[in-house]
Design a protein around this ligand. Structure first.
Ligand code: PDD
Length: 286
């Protein structure tokens, strides 16, 4: 039985309940994080908590737990759900229970929830064929840097891809590609790794930052610059990054093969560097 964390308690999942008046349920009023765990070690925990703090500040909610308390909660959650395994922790904080009113409650009673699920990563040979993606107008709001639990636009945009037999939707705003419905976007153009700069139109991905860091440390040409739709369509390589997908090559865009229609050489290099980083994390003491 999966053990979850809810408001200070560790409980079997089927015994964890929240009120129907929770503002997360009523308004989608809350923020979340997804944190990978490799061999029991939390991946970039400080960066995830920093982003959580930024999301909370942006929605005018305080963080109910200190960094140390978060670390203790998440480590205990890992211990209770399979210490040696690869897991994906999902945590969310909502503005809690209040009489339904759009105005913010004066003293919010946060709801704090976290769960850990198995993280299935795909091995390199299986990834070589890549995934198909489509493009679609980015009709989300102008605060995409907030990791909000209100994900209806992202859900509907992702489903557009699934409906056409693809796996992810790359979003286009004012002629520029921003990110995927649940992932960040990278391309290789002129042998340079390119990703759009951070800002209100995309989530500052933790995987994205690590990819840039690995490129920098290993002398791979890289740039944070806008990607027009035309440049995207002509890219040598396209990748999507996220905590769940790691670095996923896109080999078909809108039904057209990307270069030769298989994962490219720059992806292969960065994928290996990423796996190496994970191995080093696994080797750290618990
Ligand atoms: N989503 N952009 C969006 C819109 C996302 O939802 C995500 C991740 C990312 C990648 O961020 P990171 O590398 O920190 O996972 C970018 C998570 C995994 C989710 O919603 O399940």
């Amino acid at each position: 039985m999966t053990i979850v964390y809810l408001n200070g308690q560790f409980l079997p999942e089927n015994q964890a309940y929240i009120s129907v008046l929770d503002r997360g349920f009523i308004f989608g009023d809350g923020v979340y994080e997804v944190i990978p765990v490799y061999g029991g070690r939390l991946f970039r925990i400080n960066e995830h908590i920093d982003r959580l703090d930024n999301s909370l500040n942006a929605i005018r909610l305080t963080n109910p737990l200190t960094r140390q308390e978060w670390s203790n909660v998440l480590k205990t959650l890992v211990e209770k759900n399979g210490i040696g395994d690869d897991l994906a922790i999902y945590l969310q904080i909502t503005r809690g229970v209040a009489k339904r009113n759009h105005a913010l409650p004066e003293k919010p009673q946060h709801t704090v929830f976290a769960m850990a699920n198995p993280l299935a990563t795909t091995n390199k040979p299986e990834l070589l064929s890549g995934i198909a993606a489509i493009t679609h107008d980015d009709y989300r709001w102008k605060n995409c840097h907030i990791k909000s639990i209100s994900l209806l636009p992202n859900i509907l945009l992702r489903q557009q891809a699934i409906d056409t037999g693809a796996m992810e939707t790359i979003l286009i705003r004012d002629g520029e590609a921003t990110e995927g419905a649940a992932s960040n976007l990278f391309i290789v153009d002129n042998d340079t790794i390119i990703t759009p700069p951070k800002g209100p139109f995309l989530l500052p991905g933790i995987t994205r930052d690590l990819v840039l860091e690995l490129a920098r440390k290993n002398g791979l040409a890289h740039q944070e610059t806008a990607i027009t739709e035309t440049v995207l369509q002509q890219a040598q390589e396209i990748w999507l990054t996220s905590s769940m997908k790691e670095i996923m090559p896109v080999t078909r865009l809108n039904g057209v093969p990307v270069s030769k229609g298989v994962a490219g050489p720059v992806w292969s290099t960065i994928f290996d560097l990423f796996q190496c980083f994970k191995q080093q994390l696994r080797a750290q003491s618990l």
